[in-house]
Design a protein around this ligand. Structure first.
Ligand code: TA6
Length: 297
């Protein structure tokens, strides 16, 4: 693999059976996981899950066929890691939306396997100016997909954190999808001018651009009525869930998304955002977890 040896030493890590290095683009290494309980792909860039296929089921995530596989640009699809801020930077609009963790190569620090699945641990290399927060992600690939973002405040002062696992779930057709588990929850309607606080009634369905932050954690279910698939997302360390679909006009403005592909995914994002943004005390470690299960179809 002619990967830049400066992949922070990742390629020196011993890999268990079923875990290999792939290179879909020169200098863009991807970890391939093949296990009896499922397969997965994780790009070293952004520690970005780009595929998970539970055994005997179908691909769970959507990835745009126009996704960029190059340093500095987040992959459109899979599970982008939004960190250490969600959305626009709170003070400096010149900084990238959704932080910098998804826009750079991480370091693989361990890879282990057992009969239940494969566990990978990756750390975000920090650069001058990144601030005092440290980030590691643990990814467990098996009959479920378990993601954990571990943030540590390595400074002597409190520090703000907002984040999300910005998951793009593949669907048969967005108009045949309902999201359950948000009934009665407050949400921030970000598309209102100015943004407004509303309350969800019943399941969430999609008939236009949708960009909402729900004040809730716990468990939500995405029912794909076209494919007869149910995907469940169970969170820990999160009291906010982002629901997003760009619909027609915004999809047409995204250069790395085919115009019609808004119909093929819904983003259900396990987050600490809006009212759930955090302030980490000195030395505090905060963990955001998502467990994803899917009955395939
Ligand atoms: O999570 C919803 C959102 O904040 C939307 O407002 C939209 O911008 C989406 O994220 C995608 O953002 P990106 O920077 O990946 O194009």
């Amino acid at each position: 693999m002619d990967t830049d040896p400066d992949m922070h030493g990742s390629t020196e890590i011993e890999l268990p059976d079923g875990v290999t290095w792939l290179e879909p683009e020169p200098g863009f290494p991807v970890i391939g996981v093949s296990h009896a309980k499922g397969t997965a792909r994780i790009a070293l860039h952004g520690a970005h899950v780009t595929s998970w296929v539970p055994a005997a089921h179908a691909e769970v995530f959507y990835v745009s066929p126009k996704a960029a596989l190059r340093p500095g640009k987040a992959i459109r699809g899979g599970v982008p890691v939004c960190w250490p801020w969600f959305g626009a930077h709170p003070e400096d609009g010149s900084k990238p939306a959704h932080g910098f963790a998804r826009n750079r190569f991480w370091r693989l620090v361990s890879a282990t396997a057992n009969e239940e699945g494969v566990e990978l641990r990756l750390e975000l290399p920090l650069e001058p100016g990144d601030g005092p927060l440290k980030l590691a992600q643990t990814i467990k690939v098996g009959g479920t997909l378990d993601l954990a973002l571990e943030t540590t405040n390595a400074s002597e002062a409190p520090h703000a954190l907002s984040q999300a696992l910005h998951s793009y779930f593949a669907v048969g057709d967005i108009e045949a999808v309902r999201v359950e588990g948000l009934d009665g929850c407050d949400y921030l309607e970000t598309l209102a001018e100015p943004p407004s606080v509303e309350r969800q009634s019943g399941a969430v369905r999609f008939s236009g651009e949708t960009d909402r932050i729900y004040a809730t954690g716990g468990r939500i279910r995405m029912v794909d009525e076209r494919l007869g698939r149910v995907t469940t997302i169970t969170s820990e360390g999160s009291n906010s869930t982002v629901v997003w679909n760009p619909w027609i006009d915004k999809a047409a403005r995204l250069g790395d998304l085919p115009d019609e592909d808004y119909r093929k995914f819904v983003c259900l994002e396990t987050a600490n955002a809006w009212r759930d943004a955090r302030m980490l005390a000195p030395g505090e470690k905060q963990v955001l977890k998502a467990r994803i299960s899917s009955n395939g179809f």
